[in-house]
Every structure is written in structure tokens, then in C-alpha cells.
Write a protein of this length. Structure first.
Length: 251
């Protein structure tokens, strides 16, 4: 007698799309094309709001110090100001993470249970399966490591800044300064502040965490500087991961 064929449960794979709107360059992942379109539309909408606001307040884009905005300012502006002020730096420190968060929120509103937007290393996501996010730390000998992000039904942020990698302004020497928070705007500003605080050497890496330790809403942080890696707070499990330069969302 023939044995009945075993059924194989299909695994739904995410769709990945790269999207560019002026300086905003993102990688979007979701199960449905409609969810990717929701992210792109949100990016167009909120970026236009930000650009129009900057026309009225050009100092917003330039300042490296805490800033203010009217209560009726666009949502993207208010989030950026709140995050930057919390870290004692300018609002543009939060722009990439805030765009990512607003895009993922739009995807969730469209029904997504798996949604990820990577805006140049500033990531917002909600995931119904484990996700590995790699650490790219330039010329550091610490390579091919990633964080295992367990499934969750709320949006989380994992944002990265660096003084030796990428075009963003940084006053430190971090090869990678990573911050975890459920407030993605805050994670972005905090990663900038953390990166600014990193000097060379093991003691400098440990000292840098002082800028994030007392900030409510920050869950954990990681710094890579040369041959050193330091961690503080609640950090996801580390795993080996192939981190390829060509897969990084960048200009």
C-alpha cells in the first residue's frame, strides 16, 4: 500500500523593494504589495509635510541644538523635536527613524503583520517571525554579527549611527552605535548622541553609554569601536550573520 504523501506547509516570504524619494532611500519588506505601497505613500506624505515646514522654519534643518515647534506642527516635525530635545541635540537627528516609523505605522494600518522599513540603518519593524538584523561596522574587525529580533505585535526601533561609516554628521569615532527603543524617533536621536560620545579605546566605549543610561524609553544599546564591542541594557540575542555591504540601504 502506498503511503500518503506528506503535506508541506508553505512559508510566506516577504517582498522586498528599494524606494527612493530625494534624499530618503529605504528598503521596505512586507508580505503584500499593498503594504509596500502604503509605506511609500506615507513617506511621500510625511516628507512633503516636513519640507513645507522647513520652508517656514529653515533653522529646524540646520540646528544641532534642541529646538521648539508649534503644537499644530506636522506629526513628523513634533516627533523629531521631541526626540532630539530628549537627547539634547537637534531634531534632524531623528529624521530617518521617524520616517521609518510613520511608514511602518501606515503598513500596520493597511493590515500588515510583518513590516520593516530600513532607512539607511534606522529601522522600524513589526514582525510575526524572527528577524536577524546585521551590524555593519565598516573597517572594524568585528564582522558578521546580527541581532535576533523575536516576533512581536508592536512596532520596535533599531537605529544606528557611526562616525566612520556613512554620510551622517557624527562627532565621535564609533564604527557602529546602535540603540533599541519602541520609540523609533528616540532610537534614532539616541544613536546619534551615543555615536557622538564614542572616542577611541575600551574605556571610551564603556563611558559612552552614560548618554543613554538615564533616558526613559531606551531599552538597550551597543557600540562597536575598532576591536571593541560594548553593550548596555536589554540587547537582543547576538548571532552569526552574513553582513554584505551591497545589501545595506544607502545612497
Amino acid at each position: 500500500m502506498e503511503k500518503p504523501a506528506k503535506s508541506v506547509k508553505s512559508v510566506k516570504l516577504p517582498i522586498k523593494e528599494h524606494f527612493r524619494l530625494k534624499e530618503t532611500i529605504v528598503t521596505i519588506l512586507a508580505y503584500e504589495e499593498a503594504h509596500i505601497e502604503a509605506a511609500k505613500e506615507a513617506i511621500r506624505f510625511h516628507r512633503a509635510k516636513l519640507e513645507n515646514y522647513i520652508l517656514k522654519d529653515p533653522f529646524f534643518k540646520l540646528t544641532l541644538e534642541p529646538h521648539t515647534c508649534p503644537e499644530d506642527a506636522p506629526e513628523i516635525v513634533r516627533r523629531m523635536v521631541r526626540a532630539g530635545n530628549k537627547m539634547g541635540i537637534g531634531p534632524m537627528s531623528a529624521v530617518a527613524g521617524t520616517v521609518s516609523a510613520l511608514a511602518v505605522e501606515a503598513m500596520v494600518d493597511a493590515g500588515a503583520v510583518y513590516a520593516l522599513v530600513d532607512n539607511g540603518g534606522d529601522i522600524a519593524l513589526i514582525n510575526d517571525r524572527p528577524v536577524v538584523v546585521g551590524i555593519y561596522a565598516g573597517q572594524s574587525p568585528i564582522k558578521n554579527l546580527g541581532f535576533v529580533l523575536e516576533p512581536r505585535n508592536t512596532i520596535a526601533g533599531i537605529c544606528t549611527s557611526a562616525g566612520t561609516v556613512g554620510p551622517s554628521i557624527s562627532f565621535g569615532m564609533a564604527d557602529a552605535a546602535v540603540v533599541f527603543s519602541e520609540d523609533v524617533s528616540l532610537a534614532d536621536s539616541a544613536a546619534t548622541a551615543l555615536g557622538n560620545a564614542v572616542d577611541v579605546g575600551r574605556d571610551a566605549v564603556e563611558k559612552a553609554f552614560e548618554v543613554v543610561k538615564e533616558v526613559p524609553g531606551i531599552k538597550g544599546a551597543v557600540v562597536v569601536q575598532g576591536e571593541y564591542i560594548g553593550m548596555w541594557g536589554e540587547v537582543p540575542e547576538l548571532t552569526r550573520a552574513e553582513v554584505r555591504y551591497e545589501c545595506i540601504t544607502k545612497a
